[in-house]
Every structure is written in C-alpha cells, then in structure tokens.
Design a protein around this ligand. Structure first.
Ligand code: ZN
Length: 415
C-alpha cells in the first residue's frame, strides 16, 4: 500500500514538474534568419513555448534542462517520406504489395517514425505508397498518444493517370496498383479522388503527374488544387520536368516533388509562382542500391549528376526549397534517420551553405505545411519541438547527424 502511494506521489510530482520546463540554451539558432542568440532561456508549458529570452525568469519548481554548451534549434522536418516502404534491396513497388502485409508495413512504418523522431525529425510528410492508407493509422496512433512519433502529414493513396507508377503490367493481371494509387483521368475524376482521400483521413494530397507518355493537364492539376485548398490542405506533385512540370506549376500545385529535369526557365517560373521544390536529392549510393526502382528511374550515374546540377541551379536561381528525402529502403545496419541524413552531403556538394540547408529543413517545410506561427520556430506560441546538437550545424551541417536532445510537443524524447 505504502509503495503504491509512493508511486502515486512520484507520478503526481512528475506531472506537476512536467508542466513547466526551462531550457538553458547556450546557442539558440533561428533558422529563418541564420541568427544565433547566446544564453537564452526557453520556457515550455503545456506542450508549447511560453517565453524565450535572455532575461526570462525560471519559475520555482520548473524542470531545468541544461543545454548551455549546446546548439539549440527547432526540430527537423522532412517533406517527402515513405515510412511504410522498406525494401531490403532493389525496390519494386509491386513486390512490396505481394510480399508484405499491410500490418507488417504499418509496424515498420511506426518503427521508422519513432526512429526518425529520436534522431531529431519532429515532423514529416508521408507521401503515399502506404499499403492502403496505413500511414494514416500510424498518424492517428501517434496523435492519440499511444506512441511517441513525429507530427505527420499523410497523403493516403497517390492520385495518378491510369496505371499508378506501374509499368508494363499485362491486362489480365488487372489494375492491382490501386492498392496504393487512385486512377483519375479527367478533372472530375481527380476531384473525386481528392475527396475520397480526404474522407479516408488524408491531410495532404499527392499526385504523380508524369509516370507515362501521357501526363496531367493544367486543368487536371487545377482541379486537384482547388479541391484540396478548399479543404485547407496542400498538394505536392511528383513530376520530372518539361511540359508536365509546366502544367503542375501553372496549375497551382504547392510543391514539385523530385523535378530532376527542371530547366532554368521552369525553376524561374516556380520562383515567380511561389512553388516549393521538394527535390528529394538522392545520394549516389542510394540510387545505386535502388536500381531503376522497377523502371521508374534511369541509371544511378545519370540521375546523380543531374540531381546535383539541378539542386545547384535551383539554389542559384533562388527557388524556395524544402528538404525531402524519399528514402524507401531499410538496408541492414542503417536506420531510416541515417539514410535521411545521408542527403546532407548532396546539398553540400551542390554548394548550398549550412544555414540555408537548415532553413530548408525547418522554416521552409513548416511554411509548405501551412504551419507558420504554429510549428517550426522557437518563439512564444509555437509547439515545443526542440532539438540540440553539441557542435554548430551552421559551420558544419553534419552536426545534425548527432542530435543529443529531442523535445516533442514539450516532452523530452527518451533515447
Ligand atoms: Zn516518393
């Protein structure tokens, strides 16, 4: 009985203390400006940042986190992930449907979501290929507090012209790609597909525009965008370049996903229209391991060169960019977060400075997600998604590979 009482007292004390946390931040980075403020106090109450400043008073009884020797910043974000895809070798989308159940893929997705949170990614977009809407259930489980995990946007089934992202399936096999895709081939069908996804719980929309010689018209893109925007959610479109990309940009999509073949002229058009580039700038080693991804990609050598060149041009032109990785493999010995952080080297190789990379991993993703003022900055009123590194990421972005502290919605994440 006494023991039970002690446990209860301990739990109560823990709850009261957890209501206010004070973080001593030796170096507080604002990714939006690249500025560093020294010796700041961040006060966290009820999952949100209450106050930030050098002269903020720490209330009696507050739990104090000492990060006075660390570099503190908002949690990282990834605008293009597939938590439930986890091929151990060369990727084949169809192989995933045939060889892994939705339950197994949901569990793998949850494992990946927890893993990336521990590494410092406090928010992400799961952009489809999610085994018949399982990523939406992962999101729900995290939102209900059953598991610690990042804040998630989930797109549900990918909307595409007939055939999803499958190539050369014989007619007698039937349209089995509909396990992860919705065929939509007129503006009306696109509208219906958007509504269907929202009905099943999607809080973002993903289209694949140009998987075949036929591709979405500006009118079809516009139909998806107007339907999604009316429901208060955004549209990201997989497109590589050329006329298909022009249709996506002019159709008003919020982001272009991949865009490996974008010309300077199209990048300029994106800048004018405010279209965000989520470049999924794959490292060469990943491309090599993925192979052609079932006919979706050209050889690794070709894609890799093109990606670095496109990233360099996009940065020079000044297109707004958001960090997005597109990792679809779980190779032995590497975590999902390890794989995502491998992309940092590609950004550096393309000449993007560390401060800009960090901005693309925080501020810019939060804006693309429609979270300005809510998440993605360390300021009063924002969600308390806070991370820290022991070395300065503004000097060497590789510092992000070793995040020593993670707070999600005001709770310290146990490593
Ligand atoms: Zn993808």
């Amino acid at each position: 009985m006494i023991r039970k009482l002690l446990v209860l007292l301990f739990l109560c004390a823990g709850t009261i203390a957890a209501q206010t946390t004070a973080i001593r931040a030796g170096n507080l980075i604002d990714p939006a400006t690249g500025a560093v403020a020294k010796n700041q106090i961040i006060l966290v109450k009820d999952g949100k940042i209450a106050e930030v400043g050098a002269s903020v008073k720490i209330p009696a009884g507050a739990q104090v986190v000492d990060l006075s020797n660390a570099w503190v910043m908002p949690g990282l974000m990834d605008a293009h992930t597939h938590m439930t895809l986890g091929s151990p070798g060369e990727l084949s989308l169809e192989g995933e449907y045939l060889k892994a159940s939705s339950a197994l893929r949901a569990l793998n997705g949850l494992r990946n979501a927890q893993d990336v949170l521990m590494a410092g990614f406090t928010a992400l977009k799961d952009i489809g290929n999610d085994a018949n809407y399982t990523a939406i259930d992962i999101r729900r489980a995290i939102e209900r507090g059953w598991f610690a995990g990042p804040t998630m946007l989930t797109t549900g089934k990918i909307i595409a012209p007939f055939g999803g992202q499958s190539h050369g399936v014989p007619p007698e096999m039937g349209p089995f790609w509909r396990f992860e895709y919705q065929d939509a081939d007129t503006p009306e069908e696109v509208r219906k597909a958007v509504r269907q996804n929202i009905y099943y719980g999607a809080n973002a929309i993903k289209l694949v525009a140009d998987n075949s010689p036929f591709f979405y018209s500006e009118e079809e893109i516009r139909a998806a965008v107007s339907e999604a925007h009316r429901a208060g959610i955004t549209v990201g479109v997989h497109v590589m370049g050329g006329q298909a990309a022009r249709n996506v940009i002019l159709g008003g999509a919020d982001s272009v996903e991949h865009g490996f073949d974008l010309s300077d002229e199209l990048l300029q058009l994106m800048k004018e229209k405010g279209t965000v580039l989520v470049g999924t700038d794959f490292p060469y080693e990943h491309l090599k391991a993925m192979g052609t991804a079932g006919g979706i990609l050209p050889p690794a050598e070709v894609v890799s060169k093109g990606i670095i060149d496109r990233l360099r041009r996009a940065h020079k032109i000044g297109v707004k960019m958001a960090f997005g990785t597109d990792v679809v493999m779980d190779p032995a010995g590497k975590t999902r977060a390890d794989m995502m952080l491998d992309y940092l080297a590609v950004w550096t190789e393309a000449g993007v400075p560390p401060a800009e990379i960090l901005k693309c991993m925080t501020t810019n993703v939060a804006e693309l997600f429609g979270w300005k003022g809510k998440r993605g900055a360390i300021a009063a009123g924002e969600a308390a998604d806070i991370i820290a590194t022991s070395t300065n990421p503004l000097e060497n972005i590789q510092a992000l590979r070793k995040v020593q502290f993670v707070m999600k919605d005001g709770r310290v994440v146990e490593k």
